[in-house]
Design a protein around this ligand. Structure first.
Ligand code: IFM
Length: 458
């Protein structure tokens, strides 16, 4: 552990720092709706979700939680839950309907109202610039396969920062770039729905380059703000002690984690991964890695589960995840493995020494039901959150510079290819009426926030 981080963390008697942030997270396409209002341009998710067969029950985000019209009620909920931070994303195509060119004033006004609404309630905004909803017009120019998109992203970052940086102090460039790479461009399970392993390196590199360029734009427009990126990190383990499984787990970690972490913190791509990906000539240009590895103020960590890897046919590039079994799985089929959060945080501290960390997402989907009193008693989610909060506290005690925790999600919402079936919210959304109902887990997370972790032992 670095001396810096050891000195920085002063814990209160509840085990959390005095100024710890307790928040909830959302993303534009998953909650906003109003897909054709306010001058918003089409995105790859509009196109993908309107393509028959891509989303369970052919659902889409046209209406979602109608947050575009109900944001005040939703922010009142944040306040009722005593949450002091909120992470949301901006829809690029509300600001620039075609992804570039002249900004749309109605889009900028909308997000300014959101930020002001949060500040008026004493809630700290964390703004994510890209949570997967690329303007369709840019996809038609090659999307993230095209290096130009990285420059358009940085122009967009600059426009947003120019308008909001007097009120927003925390910026996240990207959410989970490796999901964009693998689900969007290799497996085809998310927008834009491409299936080509040769896209791993170009899309991965252009996403990271766009991050680095956006950091420069944010630093020039908003020199006082904190800038970071959010990665999705599994706790990866080999299926056995066999050499093949250990190597396969190591490679999975390289492909999904070290490609991003090494680039961001060390300015290099891991050699075991580049050796197998065969980077196209001219992909990485002089200066790119310096741009990508400019120092960050924080790293955002999205943690949900563990990934157990078994060696597969040597010719196969994509790692083979052993499907989790047992009774404790969430509605996504994910294993509940709280200790993995602790392991991930310690690994980051030891290998990369980030200045500061936030858990920018953690939570669970369960098949909630409304009881006869109109309440949701989601004991499994309460237990999931309690155990993960406890692991965060354990990491703090070990000296990890963790500064906040955002539960995914404030509201039940559009869970991408799974549509509205998985419910992740602290607050239930009755989609037919748009009624909001705070779940037992919401009340629990609220008590934990109000007591800065004191309620964890109740
Ligand atoms: O809903 C997603 C979110 O958009 C990104 N991280 C994982 C969540 C649950 O799958």
């Amino acid at each position: 552990m670095s001396e810096m981080s050891e000195q920085q963390i002063e814990l209160t008697e509840t085990g959390f720092p005095r100024d710890f942030l307790w928040g909830a997270a959302t993303a534009a396409y998953q909650i906003e709706g109003a897909a054709r209002e306010g001058g918003r341009g089409e995105t790859i998710w509009d196109r993908f979700s309107h393509t028959p067969g891509k989303i369970e029950r052919d659902e889409n985000g046209d209406v979602a939680c109608d947050h575009y019209h109900r944001w005040q009620e939703d922010f009142d909920l944040l306040q009722r839950l005593s949450l002091n931070a909120y992470r949301f994303s901006i829809a690029w195509s509300r600001i620039l309907p075609d992804g570039r060119g002249k900004p749309n004033p109605a889009g900028l006004d909308f997000y300014e109202r959101l930020v002001d609404g949060l500040l008026a309630r004493g809630i700290t905004p964390f703004v994510t610039l890209y949570h997967w909803d690329l303007p369709q017009a840019l996809e038609e120019r090659g999307g993230w396969r095209n290096r130009d998109t990285a420059y358009f992203f940085s122009d967009y970052a600059q426009i947003i920062a120019r308008r909001l940086s007097n009120r927003v102090g925390h910026w996240i460039t990207h959410n989970e770039p490796h999901i964009v790479v693998f689900e969007g461009h290799v497996l085809g399970t998310m927008a834009p729905g491409l299936r080509d392993e040769r896209l791993i390196a170009p899309v991965g590199h252009h996403l990271l380059l766009s991050h680095g360029l956006a950091v420069q734009a944010l630093r020039s427009e908003a020199p006082q703000s904190a800038v970071g990126i959010t990665l999705h990190l599994l706790h990866i383990e080999p299926a056995s002690d066999r050499e093949q499984d250990t190597q396969a787990a190591q490679f999975a970690d390289g492909l999904y984690h070290r490609w991003y972490l090494d680039a961001l913190f060390r300015g290099t791509y891991p050699e075991d991964v580049t050796a197998r990906l065969a980077l196209p000539d001219g992909l990485v240009r002089p200066g790119d890695m310096e741009t990508i590895s400019a120092p960050l103020d924080f790293l955002g960590v999205n943690y949900y589960t563990r990934g157990i890897i078994r060696a597969d046919r040597p010719s196969r590039l994509l790692p083979k995840l052993v499907p989790p079994r047992g009774s404790g799985l969430t509605a996504m089929g994910w294993e509940v493995y709280p200790e993995g959060l602790y392991q991930v945080l310690l690994r980051l501290r030891d290998a990369y020494s980030p200045t500061k960390l936030y858990i920018t997402e953690n939570g669970a989907a369960y098949p909630d039901t409304l009881d006869e009193r109109g309440e949701v008693h989601d004991a499994e989610r309460v237990s999931y959150l309690r155990r993960h909060f406890q692991e965060a506290r354990r990491a703090l005690a070990a000296g990890v510079p963790l500064a906040g925790y955002f539960t995914w999600s404030l509201l039940d919402n559009f869970e991408w290819a799974h549509g509205y079936r998985p419910r992740f919210g602290l607050v239930r959304v009755e989609y037919a009426t748009q009624q909001r109902i705070i779940k037992e887990s919401g009340h629990f997370a609220g008590r934990v926030a109000a007591t800065n972790g004191g309620a964890l032992e109740e």
